[in-house]
Each structure stands twice: as structure tokens, then as C-alpha cells.
Design a protein around this ligand. Structure first.
Ligand code: PLP
Length: 391
């Protein structure tokens, strides 16, 4: 039978995204930016957490001058969500998307003559594309070579369908606080920007991502592009901690105990029998798996919180289930008990950085991988750190 209740119970596995904490982190960015404008990065659907509600919260709080996304599809999502701010396309305009991009009123990063000619041809008469000239100061990914930038700018000015409004570059090593490459990139960028041919055009300059903004003040220039810090994770490596940066945790991920059973000593468990009970054990199965974005790399490595205590993930992570060893817990664990995968339970806390460490990756991948199956909720305040008292 199909349930007809108008409000279904909340999903067993769900992400709560604290928009109050996002705004708190946006203000941390604003303060760190000094006079530079903040353009929050909400690509990859807001790092997996929902670009539209996050952009709306930041827009309403007056934190954002504009927003950055990677792709025109992502810009379209923001426009559908009612975001009227200027939008930049960090990865330029893909072939075939030129007219659509013009209709979305976006400002692409421009890093090839191919893109320049495509955009020039697609711009409606009298409405040139505002573009940001992207230069390579040391990342060696996208961007015109720094020493060709002036000449390229002159060439671009002959194209009536383009209007160069900005000068941008990207940092390669800013996540390492003491890496000298960042200062070198900032110096190259500054030299180019103060070249008379560039300076007289008054292009607005942008270099900093989160790590540049928080760790390298000389990278701030006219506008900054923070991403990861907004989502409550430190951009620094070796893996640091959001507390150190004054950030508030944004992501809270919960699931539920499905079943609890006792295994006798010697019983092997799960796919591949990668775990075996060395003594009689109480094992709880939890309703989450790699189908929800809980990485298989957490097999025999991760931890979760139940009743305010840390318990280890044992055996392989499955598509829909994980197992944890609850033997040490003094209280009996019951089916339906809440389980915290990320966030706070009593005194205990699991952060994005810690999960990244278990997965041998960076915090970005931990949150970007959230599969659409997980229900997302957007309560305004979860953590006291996001209250105005912290401001
Ligand atoms: C993703 C991205 C950013 C944001 O980086 P964070 O490290 O998340 O702050 C900034 N600029 C460019 C070009 C990017 O691709």
C-alpha cells in the first residue's frame, strides 16, 4: 500500500547544511578580504551541498558581489533559483554553449584564442561578452602565458564581441602556508597588472582562492574567489582544522541503525571477510553506503558517532550499508538509533578534515561526492559557532 500522509517522515540518511554557518564563514572571508570584493565559488552544485540555497543565503546576507561557477549549466541553475548577481564562468564557455552563455549574462574566464573567436561570433550585436583574461602565473593549467598577455589583450580589443573587464590567475600551492611559489605567483601577477598597458585599462584583478585569502594577504587584489572555506573546511594542508580559521561547521550528516547483532569470536564479517571478530562482539549495521557518497575508502578506517561515542567502521563499506563495532558502548544500541557521520553528537565531533584524512584525500572531495540520494535540509542554525556572538 502507498502511504498517503502529506508529510513523509524525514529520510533515514540526510545531510543538514547550516546556512547560518555558511553566512558566518562568508563574513570571515569578507573580513579577511579587507577591501577586496567577495565572489563565493558555488561550482559543482555548491561543492555538493546545494548551490541555490547557499548562494541565496550569501546574497541575502550581502556577502557576495557576484558568484563563481565552472559551467554554463551551473550558471543556469543559479539563474533559475533567482540569483541575479553577476556570474563568472571559471572554466570558460564550452564549445556549443556560446549562445546559451550570452543569454545567461555570464562573464567567462578567457584563456584561448579559440574561445575568443567563438564568443566574438556568438555575441549579439552591440552586446559584447564581458570576459576576464586568464593568465598562467605558475599553475600551468589554463591561461595565456604572462609575458604574452599584453599582446593578447591588444588582439582581443580588435574583436567587437568581447569586452575585457578583468585580469585573473589561479594559485597552485597556496594550501601550503610556507610554499614560496605563492609569493612568486603574486609577484608575477602584480608586475603584469602594473604594466602601463594593463594599468591604463583598469581591469579588475583576482588571484586568491580560500587558501590565498586566509594565508597569503598579498594575493587578495580587487576581488577574491573563496570556495572551501565557506563550507566550513580549512583549505590548508597538512590537514588543518576549521576552528583555527574561525570557521563554523556547515555539514552535518546523519543516518540510522538498521540492526544490531552479536557475533561470536572468530566470525568473519562482510564482503571479502576483511574483518573478523576476535572476541564476542556487538555489531550495528547503519543505513548508509557508497551509494550515498560514504566512500568505500572508509572500509576498516572510518569512525561514526553513536550516543555521543566514537565507534569504528568495520569491514567493507557496501552500497547501502556500513557496519560498526558497538561492543564498547555501555548503553544498548537499538535499531532506529541516530548515527552521526559528520558533525556533532554530545561532546564528540567528526569534521570534514578528519574524514578526508581517513580517505587519504582533501576536504573538497569529502563534500563534493554527496550523491543525490541523500536528502538535504537547510535549517538556519545548528551550531552555536554560527550565532552572532561569534561575529
Ligand atoms: C575552485 C576554484 C576556486 C575556489 O577554490 P577553493 O580552494 O575552494 O577556495 C577559485 N578559483 C578557481 C579558478 C577555481 O577553480
Amino acid at each position: 500500500m502507498i502511504a498517503t500522509s502529506s508529510s513523509p517522515p524525514q529520510s533515514a540518511t540526510r545531510l543538514s547544511i547550516d546556512l547560518g554557518a555558511v553566512v558566518h564563514n562568508g563574513r570571515v572571508a569578507q573580513r579577511a578580504a579587507g577591501g577586496a570584493a567577495v565572489w563565493p565559488v558555488v561550482k559543482a552544485d555548491g561543492y555538493g551541498l546545494g548551490a541555490v540555497p547557499i548562494a541565496q543565503a550569501l546574497a541575502n546576507a550581502g556577502v557576495a558581489e557576484g558568484f563563481c561557477v565552472a559551467l554554463p549549466e551551473e550558471a543556469a541553475l543559479l539563474r533559475q533559483g533567482g540569483i541575479t548577481h553577476p556570474l563568472v564562468l571559471l572554466s570558460g564557455v564550452p564549445t556549443g554553449w556560446e549562445e546559451r552563455a550570452a543569454a545567461l549574462n555570464v562573464q567567462p574566464f578567457l584563456f584561448s584564442m579559440d574561445e575568443a573567436h567563438r564568443l566574438n561570433a556568438a555575441a549579439p550585436p552591440g552586446v559584447p561578452f564581458p570576459v576576464h583574461l586568464k593568465v598562467d602565473t605558475g599553475m600551468a593549467r589554463l591561461g595565456f602565458p604572462v609575458d604574452e598577455a599584453v599582446e593578447i589583450l591588444r588582439t582581443l580589443e580588435a574583436l567587437p564581441g568581447l569586452r575585457v573587464v578583468g585580469l585573473v590567475s589561479h594559485l597552485a600551492c597556496a594550501d601550503e602556508r610556507h610554499n614560496p611559489v605563492t609569493a612568486q605567483q603574486a609577484r608575477r601577477f602584480q608586475e603584469l597588472r602594473s604594466h602601463p598597458e594593463i594599468a591604463r585599462r583598469g581591469l579588475r584583478a583576482s588571484l586568491a582562492n580560500s587558501a590565498g585569502l586566509l594565508g597569503h594577504p598579498q594575493t587578495r587584489f580587487d576581488w577574491v574567489r573563496p570556495g572551501i572555506l565557506l563550507y566550513g573546511a580549512s583549505p590548508f594542508f597538512p590537514l588543518s582544522d576549521w576552528r583555527r580559521e574561525g570557521l563554523a561547521p556547515v555539514v552535518h550528516w546523519h543516518s540510522q541503525v538498521v540492526q544490531v547483532r552479536t557475533l561470536e569470536a572468530g566470525t568473519p564479517m562482510g564482503y571479502g571477510h576483511t574483518w573478523r571478530a576476535v572476541k564476542p562482539c556487538q555489531i550495528a549495521q547503519i543505513r548508509v553506503g557508497y551509494g550515498d557518497g560514504y566512500s568505500r575508502r572508509l572500509s576498516n578506517r572510518g569512525e561514526v558517532l553513536i550516543r555521543g561515542c566514537r565507534v569504528p567502521v568495520i569491514g567493507r563499506v557496501c552500497m547501502d550499508l556500513i557496519a560498526v563495532d558497538v561492543t564498547p558502548l555501555s548503553q544498548q544500541v537499538q535499531p532506529g538509533d541516530p548515527v552521526t557521520l559528520l558533525g556533532q553528537d554530545g561532546e564528540a565531533f567528526i569534521g570534514i578534515e578528519e574524514m578526508a584524512h581517513w580517505m587519504e584525500t582533501i576536504p573538497y572531495e569529502v563534500i563534493c561526492r554527496h550523491a543525490p540520494r541523500a536528502e538535504r535540509r537547510y535549517p538556519r542554525v545548528i551550531h552555536p559557532a554560527s550565532s552572532p556572538g561569534m561575529e
